[in-house]
Design a protein around this ligand. Structure first.
Ligand code: 0X9
Ligand code: CA
Ligand code: ZN
Length: 454
């Protein structure tokens, strides 16, 4: 699918002047590490302005991977090009390396301006012309979680599994019958909002709490799953990034966490920081100003470490209790499975049966929500991603969902609030399919005798 050509301009001259005026990493000056990123100057300066660009000549995964190792985070893959979001310094660096960039200034802005709700502008800790009030801020997210836990005390329990770099709670909500007891049931983990600007994924978590709370004892499948599984939901793995992206009043297109780096640039890409083949294969960057900066070492990112420690804490009696995982991202409407670090379908610890089980359940889920199922490296290589670590290190069947929209034309990372209900409910069936398969993923390929008989 193609993005709109409306409002497009070439920007070599504009970029050059921006880049000359502003040194690399100037964006870091706005917020010292000790600040919580809340009380900024408000409006973004040109130094930190992050625009979306279409990069031409990107028809193959190898070409896209090369762009990734040059430091770009790919927002969306088109037939022969990709969309990236970059600051002026990064864009200039890419152009110097010979990439053809065309700015797409209208793409991200379209959705957010026509959708805001004047009536709620003063509600909560943000809310201005550009941030649709239907999206929960971090504070509103916590309030919603607290109210669900109060409403369903036997079904939901809040655990603070750690703190972000800036000290915010990272919350996991356990959802299961008899929730206060650690029972012997297959566990499923849903993680959300690892990337700051992917706010629709936090709404996905809140939908799941609301829906499962309301349907327990009413809907047979939901009831059975909460009786026979233990579900963990982490609504925001990157609260510092979420607050930074939202709190100036207009979205900042921020992706990474808000941790300092060895340079003045801020932020590690949590999804390149996991401790499985970290930095191995050109699927991340060692440049701190890159959006796919892999950090100073595996799990150097505070939030990466919090999630990895939580998952390791679910090893009980030598056995990893978590069987299956979805990491919710946006956008492109995809269901992805590992490995991301190699183009090969199989690899160490991932044999043909493992791969077939991943693909079969992945395709079943995709049939329910209309997303496209594929191995993640069909897009471009990633190393240090959460899916690779979850499978390679923990043998958890770990998928990435890239939510709505399919392309930038639907609002990119910032679709209008009016789509939240539809686009979260769209994944209800897929979540249930994964939960129903979690006791034996190999049943999907008819090999339960071989792999799952006790
Ligand atoms: O590049 C990413 O981190 C994810 N895409 S996003 O646009 N949300 O940033 C995709 C990660 C998929 N990688 C693996 N499953 N290995
Ligand atoms: Ca358990
Ligand atoms: Zn993402």
């Amino acid at each position: 699918m193609r993005t709109s050509r409306r409002g497009r301009r070439t920007t070599a001259a504009a970029l050059l002047s921006l880049a000359l005026a502003l040194p690399l990493g100037a964006q870091a000056i706005a917020a010292p590490p000790s600040s919580s990123d809340r009380s900024g100057s408000g409006t973004a300066t040109h130094s930190s302005e992050r625009l979306q660009y279409e990069v031409a000549g990107m028809g193959t995964a190898a070409q896209r991977t090369q762009l990734t190792s040059a430091g770009a985070a790919i927002d969306s893959v088109l037939d022969h090009s990709v969309l990236i979001t970059a600051d002026a310094a990064t864009a200039e660096r890419l152009e110097k390396r010979g990439y053809q960039l065309t700015a797409v200034p209208a793409a991200a802005g379209e959705a957010r301006t026509h959708d805001h709700d004047h009536g709620h502008a003063d509600e909560g800790d943000f809310g201005t012309a550009n941030v649709p009030s239907q999206y929960h801020s971090y504070a509103q997210m916590n309030a919603a979680v607290d109210s669900y836990v109060r409403q369903y005390p036997n079904l939901m329990r809040k655990h603070v599994i750690g703190r972000s770099y800036q000290g915010r709670d990272i919350v996991a909500v356990k959802v299961s019958s008899n929730v206060r007891v650690d029972e012997n049931k297959p566990e499923i983990l849903f993680t959300h909002n690892m990337h700051a600007r992917e706010h629709l994924t936090t709404e996905m978590a809140l939908y799941t709490l609301r829906e499962f709370g309301a349907q327990y004892g009413r809907d047979a499948r939901v009831t059975r799953m909460l009786d026979e599984r233990e579900l963990w939901i982490i609504p925001s793995l990157n609260p510092d990034g979420k607050v930074y992206d939202m709190s100036s009043g207009s979205f900042r297109n921020w992706r990474k966490n808000r941790q300092p780096t060895p340079t003045s640039a801020v932020g590690t890409d949590i999804n390149r920081n996991f401790a499985y083949r970290w930095g191995c294969c050109g699927g991340s960057s060692n440049n701190p100003s890159s959006d796919v900066y892999r950090g100073t070492g595996p799990e150097s990112g505070t939030e990466t470490r919090v999630l990895a420690n939580f998952v390791r804490s679910r090893i009980v009696g030598g056995e990893q209790q978590i069987a299956a995982h979805i990491d919710f991202h946006s956008y492109s409407e995809l269901i992805l499975w590992p490995y991301g670090y190699t183009y090969n379908d199989t690899g160490p610890g991932l044999n043909q049966d493992d791969r077939d089980a991943f693909a079969t359940v992945g395709r079943q889920m995709a049939a329910s929500n209309g997303y496209r199922p594929q191995q993640s490296s069909d897009l471009y290589l990633t190393d240090g991603s959460v899916n690779d670590w979850m499978w390679g290190e923990q043998r958890i069947f770990s998928y990435t969902f890239e939510m709505y929209p399919r392309s930038a034309a639907g609002g990119g990372f910032y679709p209008p609030g009016s789509v939240i209900n539809r686009e979260t409910a769209r994944n209800r069936e897929a979540m249930l399919i994964l939960m129903e398969n979690a006791d034996c993923m190999y049943r999907s390929i008819g090999k339960q005798q071989q792999y799952c008989s006790a």
